[in-house]
Design a binder for this molecule. Structure first.
Ligand SMILES: C[S@@+](CC[C@H](N)C(=O)[O-])C[C@H]1O[C@@H](n2cnc3c(N)ncnc32)[C@H](O)[C@@H]1O
Length: 287
């Protein structure tokens, strides 16, 4: 009878398999998958490296490693992701929230804090998993957030996340096309959006995890990647109170055209913020 695999040996095998599949973070992903199948934290799995794996757990790990080697996103296999101060369910219904988008959340929270807006009303357009809306509602008690998406599937997932994060009292969900579901009126202090901004041409060159697993509607920003910004900029001012904030995430290589659209729509104090990697990521303007 052969001795059971230890954590360390299983991790070495899994890492090797993922390296063969050209995954940059092979060791990280191997630990994450082993922690997932064991239902334990990463640190525990690493500390307990001589512990044996049962054949059932080893077989489950091996199946997950094969799926990851075929470039299924790690987050879909684990089923959740940490974003800002919340944990969100993720699946094929909506884009996996990215760490860069936390920069947008922080910019909005900063602005709310500086302006000391009491009980701010916030609109998150294209909410996907609900990431931005939920993170803001969670960090800014008293805020009232409307989160909308054209995708009914995404809105259903966002509903699960609103319940999971206990923000049902502060986040309302709406299904519809950008600002079309809302009556014009200076109803919001903030309109925030991370719209689809990949150009149709760039779609084919995205990593397989993104291209084949995030919904196309969450990525495709049209021929120049600016289509959704145009629609939102055209209408946003009619829904914002005076001096209210319009806040966008942008593609790191083209903040300029979005700043121009925001300026052209009559917004003032236009500003661009960088993410932690020093790339331009957020465009802000005040009505
Ligand atoms: C880049 S994803 C952002 C998701 C989420 N806000 C985040 O940051 O993780 C863009 C979102 O916009 C939504 N969307 C695309 N077209 C839309 C439209 N016409 N009206 C409303 N939402 C739209 C997509 O369904 C998708 O959820």
């Amino acid at each position: 009878m052969t001795a059971p695999l230890t954590h360390r040996a299983a991790l070495a095998l899994a890492t090797h398999r993922l390296e063969l599949a050209d995954l940059e973070a092979a060791a990280h992903d191997a630990v994450a998958l082993l922690a997932h199948v064991l239902g334990r934290r990463r640190a525990e799995v690493l500390l307990d490296d001589t512990a044996p794996l049962s054949p059932e757990v080893a077989a489950r790990l091996s199946r997950l490693v094969e799926r990851r080697a075929r470039r299924e996103p790690l987050q879909h296999m684990i089923g959740s992701v940490g974003f800002h101060d919340v944990v969100l369910n993720v699946d094929r219904r909506a884009l996996i929230p990215r760490a860069e988008t936390e920069t947008l959340v922080c910019a909005v929270l900063d602005w709310l804090e500086r302006g000391a807006v009491s009980r701010p009303r916030i609109l998150d357009l294209g909410t996907g998993t609900g990431a931005i809306a939920i993170a803001i509602a969670n960090a800014a008690p008293g805020s009232r957030v409307v989160a909308s998406d054209v995708s009914r599937d995404a809105a259903e997932l966002a509903r699960v996340n609103v319940t999971r994060s206990a923000t049902t009292q502060s986040v309302a969900l709406v299904v519809g096309d950008w600002l079309a579901p809302f009556r014009a009126g200076a109803d919001f202090d903030v309109i925030v959006s991370n719209p689809p901004y990949v150009t149709t041409e760039e779609l084919a060159s995205l990593a397989p995890e993104v291209r084949d697993h995030d919904p196309r509607r969450a990525l495709d920003g049209g021929s120049d990647g600016l289509g959704p910004y145009r629609v939102i900029c055209d209408a946003a001012a009619r829904h914002l109170r005076r001096a209210g904030l319009l806040a966008f995430e942008v593609a790191a290589d083209r903040p300029g055209p979005v700043m121009e659209l925001v300026a052209h729509a009559g917004f003032r104090r236009i500003e661009c913020r960088e993410d932690l990697g020093g790339r331009p990521r957020v465009v802000l303007g005040e009505r």
